[in-house]
Design a protein around this ligand. Structure first.
Ligand code: TZP
Ligand code: MG
Length: 223
């Protein structure tokens, strides 16, 4: 199960767009509809990130998005809630520095499930790789972001440059990334980008994801 998991992550993250839910920015369209459009546009990874809803509401919604992701062959990842990830048979779970220790998460979810960890600097990246239990790391927030008020200040493009040079597991750049600053991130070596408001708040979600994916893939082909 371990090798299959690693192959799936490597594939999805190489030239991938990582879409994350945020209902409050969805122009009233709701998570399910927005994520369907993101998948139609070519998102390879979808993260269900929800901090307000009841367990039951999260369960129903996560199940529906999980089904959609299967149809599109995309990875489905649940933020924070390990038990929800298990219940809906998500492909993965994503945790932050202040969430459950990743060794415990791995122990609970087993070898088949993808585990991702947010990191905010080179020391955390190094530690994440050394601990050897996570499949990918988030690198950011690269730019200022209004989405996450509970996160540290932007760490800047230097951390992206560091990740391209040193991080030997899949990683995804996150935080304040938009169509207009995407090239700056890819130029430094990012080959997977995560976006919240740029995707969820887009008038044309499908078109937005398609354009971003084409640009990221273009960078990958250039090497
Ligand atoms: N983790 C680090 S930054 C961030 C998360 C969830 C929010 C990114 O949101 P946006 O709208 O893409 O800046
Ligand atoms: Mg968290």
């Amino acid at each position: 199960a371990g090798w299959l998991r690693r192959v799936r992550v490597a594939r999805a993250f190489d030239g991938g767009v990582y879409a994350i839910t945020a209902e409050e920015y969805s122009r009233g369209r709701g998570n399910l509809r927005v994520m369907r459009e993101a998948l139609e546009g070519g998102a390879r990874i979808v993260q269900y990130r929800e901090k307000e809803k009841s367990y039951r509401a999260m369960y129903e919604e996560a199940r529906a998005i999980r089904e959609l992701c299967r149809e599109y062959g995309a990875l489905f990842v649940v933020n924070d809630h390990v038990e929800l990830a298990l219940m809906v048979e998500a492909d993965g779970v994503h945790v932050g520095q202040d969430d459950w220790p990743v060794e415990e998460v791995r122990r609970v979810v087993g070898p088949g499930m993808v585990v991702g960890l947010s990191t905010h600097g080179p020391a955390q990246a190094q530690e994440a790789v050394e601990r050897g239990v996570v499949d990918y790391i988030g690198v950011g927030p690269v730019f200022p972001t209004s989405t996450k008020k509970d996160v540290c200040a932007p760490v800047g493009l230097e951390y992206v440059a560091y990740a391209s040079r040193e991080v030997r597991i899949p990683w995804v750049a996150i935080g304040g990334i938009k169509e207009h600053n995407l090239d700056a991130v890819c130029e430094l070596g990012a080959r997977c980008v995560a976006m919240v408001t740029e995707i969820v708040g887009a008038e044309d979600v499908r078109g937005k994801v398609r354009r971003v994916r084409e640009r990221v893939e273009g960078w990958r082909e250039r090497g």
